[in-house]
Design a protein around this ligand. Structure first.
Ligand code: BTX
Length: 324
């Protein structure tokens, strides 16, 4: 709610310091008793607050759980993640985001869940989204761009994820075209971009992001134990999920607004600098066969350019790639 947003903004500004009850009641335009009720609500969500006479309230600890409040506490964006819809458990945040989008949800609306029972990847694959350990979220965007440019948003998201994760954890993720983020060569993040469009008109783009954060290796299903990893595994310690979400949202807003103003060029350069597939021989498995060759880069549309041994340059729009 708006009140909650203001309350958290006041605590963010105080940066761990006290905010007086008087100040809060002025900011929110409510009585001291109502202030106390809002504080109690935060406590119920797992925030630890200290109350000191004449000084006011101070946040001592934020909850381990991810809550909308915690993501908003200290979030420095204008519109990305300013409206957060949170679920303890949900089929797929993509599904919810599509529904909200059709009901007219504002651009930048973020759907986050602690667990997904029907998390999905590309081409109806399963995305494992166990409870309490990862970040499963979807963002609603309404860019005014032609349909064929929408794959660029997947690449833009990958850039923001690399930078956000690096800022929050100190790890250095890399990108494997088109939508995998790897840490030390293993998949830690997946991105799924879906559209609502009619003819050439894009109504909305729903970006789904799954980040493995606090899983240990034996928590992964057998099928992906050799290929998947989590931030905690690579970092050697657990990381607060809300921090990663915040850092990502901030990078995302920055590059998304840059993109809308200046186009794909600046994003493309960053993307290429974080990519591990370039200048290597790769096998790209597409629906119509496998292309083998050297990955040269991406074009303006976000397609991967592969130079085959005959010197022909193939454009690949959708594939799974193996790096040889
Ligand atoms: P993808 O098709 O590139 O990857 C899916 C493949 O990745 C699976 O077939 C499996 O081999 C492997 N995989 C499944 N789960 C995991 C995992 N947790 N970690 C590593 N590897 C895994 C990637 O699709 C796009 C994923 C987007 C997920 C987000 S979560 C929030 C949103 N809601 C939703 O339903 N999907 C998106």
């Amino acid at each position: 709610s708006e009140i909650r947003r203001k309350l958290l903004a006041a605590f963010s500004e105080a940066d761990g310091g006290y905010v007086s009850g008087q100040k809060i009641s002025e900011l929110l335009g409510c009585s001291r008793t109502a202030v106390w009720k809002h504080i109690e609500e935060l406590r119920k969500e797992g925030f630890v607050l200290e109350a000191v006479r004449r000084k006011g309230y101070r946040i001592v600890k934020t909850p381990e759980k991810i809550t909308a409040n915690e993501i908003q506490l200290g979030l420095q964006t204008d519109f990305i993640g300013q409206n957060i819809v949170y679920y303890d458990t949900v089929d797929s945040t993509q599904k919810i985001a599509h529904e909200l989008s059709q009901k007219g949800a504002e651009e930048g609306t973020l759907v986050v869940a602690d667990e997904q029972t029907g998390g999905r990847g590309r081409m109806a694959r399963v995305w494992y989204s166990p409870k309490g350990t990862g970040i499963w979220m979807s963002i609603i965007l309404r860019p005014n761009i032609p349909l064929q440019k929408t794959p660029q948003l997947t690449l833009l998201t990958a850039v923001a994820l690399v930078e956000g994760i690096e800022e929050a954890t100190g790890l250095s993720p890399t990108i494997k075209w088109p939508n995998d983020i790897l840490i030390n060569g293993k998949k830690a993040v997946g991105i799924l971009t879906e559209l609502e469009a009619e003819a050439d008109q894009v109504h909305s783009v729903i970006i789904g992001i799954g980040i493995n954060v606090n899983q240990q290796i034996d928590e992964f299903p057998e099928a992906i134990r050799n290929t998947a990893t989590s931030i905690a595994i690579e970092k050697g310690e657990k990381i607060h999920r809300a921090l990663i979400i915040q850092k990502f949202l901030e990078r995302f807003e920055k590059w998304y607004t840059t993109y809308l103003e200046h186009g794909f060029k600046p994003i493309k350069l960053l993307w290429e600098s974080y990519s591990i597939s370039l200048n290597k021989t790769i096998h790209a498995r597409t629906l119509s066969g496998t292309v083998v060759g050297k990955a040269l880069g991406i074009n303006e549309e976000g397609a991967l350019l592969i130079e085959t041994s005959e010197g022909k340059i193939e454009k690949v729009y959708s594939a799974d790639i193996d790096i040889k």
